[in-house]
Design a protein around this ligand. Structure first.
Ligand code: TYD
Length: 211
């Protein structure tokens, strides 16, 4: 398949949205064809599933979460990501299956084997060409949050507590060690511009190698 799939990952408050916006601006300026989308969501069905996952008041087991995230993922891969890659586009994706390994697996304690099987089924084996993990400790993420943000209504996943979110960070670092070629960890305590520059350099290197 032609095209290039780059995914962005990281814990709550790592600056992912800012960096995705900057990266997309860079793609726009370069004049390349691209598509930017997010998980959970990105399709009509996916956005409805997102609403359930993030804003439903009901209790959910990690198993239920895994299946809902995967259902949203399958629709996005089939309807949006694969067609864009086939057209040769650069696809920028805000979270993908690494989030499931980390949140439902490492932090939610589901078995890796189960996640692997369901992810393969949901994605039909599609893998990112490059994954950027923005790494920030739980304490630094908390320091960054303004008082207002700390008091705002947290979504269902954000409300899972300190222990869970500390595990999210460790989970990403573990995953990166196991996938050294695909996952690049970037220190998110650096300045916005420095991080953006590193992401662009890593991306251009990978893109060159793929061509
Ligand atoms: P979002 O508002 O996109 O959060 P962020 O700005 O941090 O990316 O909400 C997505 C939430 O869903 C986030 O807390 C991570 C979680 N999530 C999972 O638990 N598993 C998954 O497979 C995915 C894609 C996301």
């Amino acid at each position: 398949m032609a095209g290039f799939l780059i995914t962005f990952e990281g814990g709550d408050g790592c600056g992912k949205s800012t960096q995705i916006t900057k990266f997309v601006d860079f793609l726009k300026d370069s004049g390349v064809e691209y598509l930017c989308t997010r998980e959970p969501g990105g399709t009509e069905v996916g956005e409805k599933i997102r609403e359930i996952l993030l804003h439903s008041k009901a209790d959910m087991s990690p198993e239920t979460e895994l299946l809902l995230f995967s259902a949203s993922r399958n629709k996005l891969v089939e309807d949006v990501i694969k067609p864009a890659l086939e057209e040769g586009k650069i696809v920028v994706l805000d979270r993908f299956y690494d989030s499931t390994y980390v949140y439902q697996g490492y932090a939610g304690k589901l078995k890796v084997e189960d996640i692997k099987n369901i992810t393969k089924f949901a994605t039909n084996g599609l893998k990112p060409d490059l994954t950027i993990v923005l790494d920030l400790s739980y304490d630094d993420a908390m320091k960054r949050k303004s008082k207002d943000e700390k008091l705002k209504n947290l979504d269902r996943i954000e409300s899972k507590g300190e222990e869970y979110h500390r595990r999210v960070r460790d989970g990403y670092l573990k995953l990166a060690k196991e996938n050294k070629k695909r996952i690049v960890v970037i220190d998110a305590t650096q300045s916005v511009e420095e991080i953006a520059l590193q992401i662009r350099n890593v991306f251009l290197n990978k893109l060159r190698k793929k061509k």
